[in-house]
Design a protein around this ligand. Structure first.
Ligand code: FE2
Length: 219
């Protein structure tokens, strides 16, 4: 059994495996590919699949390169524009690799190809939900849709509250915590009608989203 976050930067890449050596990577980044391969070789692991939770606007995915180098499956939402994807998934699909079952949730809003994945007690949210005051990924980039994001957040609210949220980004060393905790600490999960949520995002008028400000300050 293996579960870890592999990057030392704000983009988060998760490795998970149960019956080793076969493992899955979620949201690998291009600049981490050599490190991932070194890690895999050192630990005598084998990547069976790479999964992108959505088309990323802020960094380049390492999935296509890994797929070519390792000949593994590359999994994304059926709306994903990438031609490199080998397996397209939708709401309710279950990815099975060894005895790992990853349940797919359609969690559009930040992009039109956003998925989240449930594995045991973990919920990989991509940019559909960040941690605490990080809120969530912005909806004003191409493919973003605040009304759909509201529906996604409502979906999260109905999931078992003991699921632990693992987002694709975090800029302030926030620690993954349960949905129950996120309902208390994450402003995006406050009870709102769809219109109230759209107004809430419009009223923020932050310009670059909070996490993008952080990126800018680091450059
Ligand atoms: Fe994103």
């Amino acid at each position: 059994m293996i579960f870890a976050q592999l990057n030392d930067k704000s983009c988060k890449t998760y490795i998970l495996g149960s019956k080793l050596p076969k493992v899955i990577l979620i949201d690998p980044v291009l600049e981490g590919v050599e490190d991932y391969i070194e890690y895999i070789d050192k630990n005598q692991l084998q990547i069976s699949a790479v999964i992108d939770t959505h088309s990323h606007a802020d960094h380049i995915s390492g999935s296509a390169v890994l797929k070519d180098r390792i000949d593994c499956e590359y999994i994304m939402h059926e709306n994903a524009p990438s031609q490199c994807v080998t397996k397209r998934v939708k709401e309710g699909d279950v990815i099975e690799i060894t005895d790992i079952k990853l349940e797919i949730l359609d969690t559009k809003g930040h992009t039109n190809d956003s998925i989240s994945l449930i594995w045991a007690d973990k919920l990989f949210t991509g940019d559909a939900l960040f941690l605490d005051d990080g809120g969530a990924g912005r909806d004003d980039l191409p493919g973003g849709d605040s009304a759909k994001h509201w529906a996604t957040l409502e979906k999260f609210k109905k999931l078992p509250e003991d699921l632990v949220v693992y987002p694709a980004h975090d800029y302030r060393n926030r620690k993954p915590s349960t949905l129950a905790n996120q309902k208390k600490t994450n402003p995006h999960l406050k009870e709102r009608t769809q219109q109230e949520f759209v107004n809430y995002l419009n009223d923020l008028k932050l310009g670059p989203a909070e996490w993008m400000k952080d990126v800018l300050s680091m450059n």
